[in-house]
Ligand binder design. Structure first.
Ligand code: HEM
Ligand code: HEM
Ligand SMILES: [Fe+2]
Length: 450
């Protein structure tokens, strides 16, 4: 088992801790939002659906971003074998993010959006700017670390490029345009480019890094896959953005551009799944760290299901015409975020815990089998929730769109599936508890961050 050689590899555990905590809270608010589909008055006086939903999805974005930031710091140091340019700046960055996150979430309860309040980017400008400052610190710190390094590696350079991309693409969400079309045009840049495209790069890079660590194969082959992955993500994803431009008042050519390129977006997740399983089969070592291995492989399968299958199914404009904005989209959103990002971040955290605990990792975590409970409960819960949403979505498309009976007529028939989503949500939540407990156990006795 490799050691943690560098002091600045401890800071990322602070990032991981925050991300685990926010993941826990995110699912809790998801359960509240799901309850409100069955009992619309539930918590209505202090947390109506718009609040529970925005807290749920904002916490989601937050824990994932913080997780990716922690991972970039950890992996960069591990790759270049030198300390970070400034561990102190990395700590300040985390504090800023926590301040912005707590501030934004609390402000939602007071319905404070700084006169904006756009879906996915609800945070009032004051919190948004703090996030921008934190992100700038991040790329400044990574940039100087790489600049001063004696050698860089393809993984560390690609991580830096993705970090710059994620930061730059956050900026189009900052100005506020009075014209709704222009506003929505740029709002999607943040969501599709920053969250989907550049995070998908993080996803494939982290998968590549873990594949190298777990399977002990020649790095060059994996780098080659990684370049192909990143090229196909950018090649399809940049114009694939058009799948958000079908019905918002943008020119008609987006119907074709969006359909064709976002159909191509199906390729990278398929490639990633092949990559994971191909290298796992070729590996000559027997991987002992089953927790990391299972999460890594299920991440590639989940990305295939969420992006390839469910994303691919709704992305041609003539299909999207009927599907747009239904529960089928929510099914895609859940599976995509879970498979492509959550699973891979969890895989990374187990790997990081193994490095932190060294041989103790087996006694503390692997042998306890708690991770297996976390793994199966979360995966089962997610598959069942997404299946329920697919059913709800199919009913919704048929009744409200094909039969043209409108929104409310469909909702009555969807309630049983909303109930199924609520109940199976608890299975998922139980899995989160097991995982969070593992993290606490992994950190116990190791919490000191230098
Ligand atoms: C990691 C990558 C991805 C994530 C996290 C993701 C997530 C999401 C989310 C959350 C939405 C709902 C947005 C909203 O209306 O508020 C959405 C919409 C959409 N996504 Fe994805 N997605 C990803 C990749 C893809 C891919 C690869 C495709 C196509 C192959 C795709 C096709 C679509 C389409 C067509 C919509 C619009 C659905 C509608 O009209 O209601 N997505 N995505
Ligand atoms: C206990 C588990 C969960 C429950 C009960 C739950 C419930 C919900 C509910 C009720 C919504 C609002 C849907 C709507 O507006 O129609 C929602 C939205 C969303 N949730 Fe969850 N959620 C859970 C876990 C997760 C997880 C683990 C992820 C990602 C890793 C996730 C990602 C999302 C996304 C991306 C959306 C926005 C979907 C869209 O705009 O179409 N949720 N969730
Ligand atoms: Fe998209």
């Amino acid at each position: 088992m490799e050691n943690l050689e560098f002091k600045s590899q401890k800071i990322p555990f602070g990032y991981m801790g925050v991300s685990v905590l926010l993941f826990f809270l995110q699912t809790l608010f998801g359960l509240v939002a799901a309850a409100q589909f069955i009992w619309p008055d539930f918590t209505i006086n202090w947390m109506p659906f718009n609040v529970s939903r925005e807290v749920h999805i904002n916490l989601l974005l937050f824990w994932m971003l913080i997780g990716f930031m922690g991972a970039t710091y950890f992996i960069t140091v591990d790759e270049i074998k030198e300390e970070l340019y400034s561990a102190k700046l990395a700590a300040i960055q985390l504090i800023l993010l926590v301040v912005a996150g707590v501030g934004a979430v609390v402000s939602y309860f007071f319905q404070y959006y700084g006169n904006q309040g756009l879906e996915w980017v609800e945070a009032a400008p004051v919190f948004d700017w703090i996030i921008v400052v934190a992100a700038l610190i991040w790329i400044f710190n990574l940039g100087f670390t790489l600049k001063n390094a004696k050698k860089t590696t393809p993984i560390s350079s690609l991580l830096f490029i993705a970090s710059v991309g994620a930061t730059l693409m956050y900026l189009p969400g900052m100005p506020f345009f009075k014209d709704m079309v222009v506003q929505d045009y740029f709002r999607w840049w943040v969501i599709h480019y920053s969250v989907e495209a550049t995070w998908e790069m993080f996803d494939s890079i982290i998968v590549g890094y873990l594949v190298i660590k777990l399977f002990n194969l020649p790095k060059e082959k994996i780098y080659r896959w990684l370049y192909i992955e990143v090229a196909t993500i950018l090649g399809s994803g940049i114009l694939g953005m058009g799948h958000h431009y079908f019905w918002i008042g943008t020119p008609k050519y987006w119907l074709w551009v969006g359909s064709i390129f976002s159909a191509l977006e199906v390729i990278p997740p398929i490639g990633m799944m092949i990559e994971g399983f191909l290298f796992a089969r070729k590996s000559e070592v027997k991987v002992e760290d089953k927790a990391t291995l299972y999460w890594l492989l299920i991440g590639t399968v989940g990305a295939f299901l969420g992006l390839g299958l469910l994303g691919g199914a709704i992305t041609w404009y003539s299909v999207n015409f009927w599907e747009h904005g239904t529960q089928m989209t929510a099914a895609h959103g859940h599976m995509a975020f879970f498979g492509a990002f959550a699973a891979v971040e969890i895989a990374f955290i187990y790997y990081a815990l193994s490095r932190l605990n060294k041989e103790n990792y087996f006694n503390k975590i692997l042998n306890s089998k708690r991770w297996e409970w976390g793994f199966w409960l979360m995966n089962l819960g997610m598959i069942l929730m997404v299946s329920a949403l697919v059913m709800a979505g199919a009913i919704q498309i048929y009744i409200s769109r094909v039969m043209a009976q409108g929104y409310v007529a469909a909702q009555e028939h969807m309630t049983p599936w909303y109930a199924a989503r609520f109940v199976t949500g608890f299975i998922f939540f139980a899995g989160v508890l097991a995982y969070a407990y593992d993290f606490i156990v992994g950190m116990r006795g190791n919490c000191k961050v230098d």
